[in-house]
Design a protein around this ligand. Structure first.
Ligand SMILES: Nc1ncnc2c1ncn2[C@@H]1O[C@H](COP(=O)(O)OP(=O)(O)O)[C@@H](O)[C@H]1O
Ligand SMILES: O=P(O)(O)OC[C@H]1O[C@](O)(COP(=O)(O)O)[C@@H](O)[C@@H]1O
Ligand SMILES: [Mg+2]
Length: 319
């Protein structure tokens, strides 16, 4: 395989640039021509792509976001849209793709594979919700951003003796909430994977006050409900003073951490080598400190669970 393309798709994440850089430079080192597709699958459908050289990926390893741009494309979900995209690749002689994105983007890649395009995927999303990899690119940076916010909110929560609610991202999964909540010493962590009742929360908060806690930190995954609504309910049912913060897209930006840069670089290297070897319909994951090949059907078809031991530990440590 001599001509490949790199694409970032779906929600951006810190480390995408490091992955693009590594993919381009590893491919060039193997004598391949590399194209960069702009703005995700929307750009593939529009034919918005250009050849990249080593210099075009300079000065990006330290930057969040993706210099190629990204998008969510409804048209790509239709067969007609994907056929247009395939025609644009074939017109340029592009034989294989490195797709960096989340579960949606990798699902899209799987359908491209059914149209004869070879691809290797990389898990790029802050959510850490992809089966087959211990960590996704961007997760470590996002949890560190969330942790920084929790630390700051703790200062003001303790000064005022308030219940501080922090809503973090993660769509339908609780990885960011659980990890940042545990590291940030949250008293209560609410995630979609573990059902809870609001009555139990009121009880727990009142009990911890009775036992001497002066203030509380509650970390809530966006998929577990609204921190603003819960804060109002806590106030109404316990009399405790509450404040809620929604961290939002702050969690998606910023310079990638060391872990994310290394993860992105290693996964991208393995992905390009696999693609140039003719492999396809796989994602490269990171398990037990090794880059591993994961069948794309498993990566997007199986549900990644949270780590129950981590959840249990967070509960014990919040006493
Ligand atoms: N079932 C699907 N079939 C085809 N393409 C899809 C599918 N799901 C997602 N995609 C494509 O991937 C894009 C990104 O997916 P999305 O779920 O928004 O983000 P992420 O990849 O970060 O999870 C979508 O806008 C769409 O173009
Ligand atoms: O940026 P948008 O389109 O508002 O999407 C927000 C969603 O994207 C994420 O930040 C990242 O998810 P994906 O990478 O899967 O798109 C989620 O945590 C959040 O629910
Ligand atoms: Mg997703």
């Amino acid at each position: 395989m001599k001509k490949i393309a790199v694409i970032t798709s779906g929600g951006d994440c810190p480390g995408m640039n490091a992955a693009i850089r590594a993919a381009v430079r590893v491919a060039l080192a193997h004598g391949a021509e590399v194209w960069g597709i702009r703005n995700g699958y929307a750009g593939m459908i529009a034919g918005d792509m250009k050849v990249l050289d080593s210099r075009s990926v300079g000065d990006i390893i330290q930057k969040g976001g993706t210099f190629l741009g990204t998008a969510r494309s409804e048209e790509f979900k239709t067969l007609a849209g994907r056929q247009k995209a395939v025609a644009n690749l074939e017109a340029r002689g592009i034989e294989g793709l490195i797709v960096i994105g989340g579960d949606g983007s990798l699902t899209g890649a799987k359908y491209l594979g059914e149209l004869g395009i070879k691809f290797v995927g990389l898990p790029g999303t802050i959510d850490n919700d992809i089966w087959g990899t211990d960590y996704t690119i961007g997760f470590d940076t996002a949890v560190n951003t969330a942790l920084d916010a929790i630390n700051k909110l703790r200062d003001t929560a303790s000064s005022h003796g308030r219940v501080m609610l922090v809503e973090v991202m993660g769509r339908n999964c609780g990885w960011i909430a659980l990890t940042a909540g545990l590291a940030g010493g949250a008293e209560i962590i609410l995630i979609p994977e573990e059902p809870f009742s609001q009555e139990d929360i009121y009880k727990q908060l009142l009990e911890s006050r009775a036992k001497g806690k002066q203030y509380s930190i509650v970390v809530m995954a966006e998929g577990a409900g609204s921190a603003i609504d819960l804060g109002k309910n806590i106030r109404a049912n316990t009399g405790l003073e509450t404040r809620a913060s929604i961290l939002g897209h702050i969690q998606r930006g910023g310079a990638p951490t060391v872990s994310d840069r290394l993860l992105a670089s290693r996964l991208a290297e393995t992905a390009v080598r696999a693609l140039l070897d003719g492999k396809t319909d796989i994602m490269i994951g990171y398990r037990n400190r090794q880059c591993v090949e994961v069948a794309i059907g498993d990566a997007v078809g199986k549900k990644k669970d949270i780590d129950p031991e981590l959840y249990h530990l967070a509960q014990v440590l919040s006493q």
